[in-house]
Design a protein around this ligand. Structure first.
Ligand code: ZN
Length: 316
C-alpha cells in the first residue's frame, strides 16, 4: 500500500498510521468522534487497512504497447507480458483480486494458466496477497527481490513496519527465485530488469523493459513505490536504520531511468483513469509520458525530503 492514494476515510488511515498520536477532540466533539470511530471499525469487516474503492473496482483490460497488457483494477495495477513461451504476470494484488485478474486476462483472449513467472512491485498485501492463489492456479514460479523474500515467505510477519499487525498479513508464499538488484528476468524474448528501490519496503522493485510499438523502442518503467507511509520512522529507526539512505539511493536511481512509458504499482501513480479514455479513443501514445514520470518522481522526492526534515527537526 502507499500513502499517495486518496484514502476514502481519513480515520481509517489514522487508525493504522501508528504515529502514536492520540486524537484529542474537545468534549462536544467526542460523541461525533466515537461515532466515526465505530463506523470506521464496522467498515473494517469489509475493508482491509488503507483500502480505497479503486482497489477492488474492475477496470477494462487493454494492450499498453507491444506484448504488455494492463490486467489490474482501477488502482491496483497488474501487468501481463505475453510471450511465445508463456506469460509473465506482475502483481497478484489482494486475495480477492485473483478472479478479477483472471477475468481481465480471459477478456483479452489469453489464459491465466499460461502464466509461467509471477513478479511483484513490493511485499505489501495489496500487491502480493494473491500470489499463493496464482501459484496454485498456474504453477508459475515466483521471483522476488532478495530483501523482500522473508516478508513474502512469512506472510508479512517480518515486515519492519507492519510485522505486528495481523490485519496486514497475507498468505505466506514460497519464493522460487531470489532476485538481486540489476537481475534480469527473461522469457520468450521478453527481458525485464529488476531495480532495487528500497525504503517503502526493503526490497521494493521498479521493473523496466523495452517495448516495441510501431517500429519504435519504448523504454517502459513500472515504479514499485517511492512513498513514505504514515508512521514510517526515517530518523533513529532501530529496526531499519538505513531507511532514509535507502530512499535517497532509490531516488538517485529513479531520477536517471530512461522512461517513455510511465507505469506503476498503483494506477494513481501514472494517472491511469485520465489516460485510459485517451487510449480508448485511439491515442496509442496516451501512456508515453516522460514529463509525467519526472514530475511524479520529483513530487515524491520532495514529499520524502519534507518528511525527513520534519522528523529530523523533531528529533532534536
Ligand atoms: Zn506498499
Amino acid at each position: 500500500m502507499n500513502s499517495n492514494n486518496p484514502a476514502p476515510c481519513p480515520i481509517l488511515a489514522r487508525l493504522f498510521s501508528h504515529k502514536g498520536e492520540k486524537p484529542t477532540p474537545s468534549s462536544w466533539l467526542r460523541p461525533v468522534f466515537l461515532f466515526v470511530l465505530l463506523a470506521a471499525s464496522l467498515s473494517l469487516a469489509a475493508q482491509t487497512p488503507f483500502e480505497t474503492p479503486g482497489w477492488t473496482k474492475p477496470f477494462p483490460p487493454f494492450r499498453i504497447a507491444g506484448n504488455l497488457y494492463y490486467v489490474g483494477s482501477e488502482d491496483l495495477a497488474s501487468y501481463l507480458l505475453v510471450t511465445p513461451q508463456g506469460d509473465i504476470l506482475i502483481n497478484s494484488n489482494l486475495e480477492s483480486s485473483v478472479p478479477l485478474i483472471k477475468q481481465s486476462i480471459e477478456t483479452l483472449g489469453f489464459h491465466l494458466s499460461d502464466v509461467k513467472i509471477l513478479l511483484i512491485s513490493h511485499a505489501h498485501y495489496d500487491h502480493c496477497a494473491g500470489s499463493a492463489r496464482i501459484k496454485q492456479l498456474t504453477g508459475a514460479k515466483y521471483y522476488v527481490m532478495d530483501a523482500d523474500v522473508s516478508v513474502v515467505e512469512s506472510g508479512g510477519k517480518t515486515d519492519f513496519q507492519y510485522g505486528d499487525q495481523a490485519d496486514m498479513y497475507f498468505p505466506a508464499t514460497h519464493v522460487d527465485r531470489i532476485l538481486h538488484d540489476g537481475d534480469t528476468v527473461a522469457l520468450g524474448g521478453t527481458v525485464l530488469t529488476a531495480h532495487l528501490i528500497p525504503g517503502h519496503t526493503r526490497g521494493t522493485t521498479t521493473w523496466t523493459l523495452d517495448e516495441t510499438e510501431a517500429g519504435r523502442t519504448l523504454h517502459t518503467v513500472i515504479v514499485g513505490s517511492p512513498n513514505v507511509n504514515p508512521g514510517y520512522k526515517l530518523v533513529d529507526n532501530k529496526v531499519y536504520p538505513r531507511m532514509a539512505e535507502d530512499y535517497q539511493y532509490g531516488f538517485s536511481v529513479l531520477n536517471f531511468l530512461p522512461c517513455d512509458i510511465f507505469l506503476g504499482s498503483h494506477g494513481g501513480y501514472f494517472n491511469l483513469t485520465a489516460k485510459y479514455p485517451r487510449w480508448k479513443t485511439g491515442d496509442r501514445d496516451a501512456f508515453i509520458d516522460l514529463a509525467g514520470y519526472k514530475a511524479y518522481i520529483a513530487n515524491r522526492e520532495h514529499a520524502f525530503l519534507t518528511e525527513l526534515h520534519r522528523q529530523q527537526a523533531g528529533s532534536h
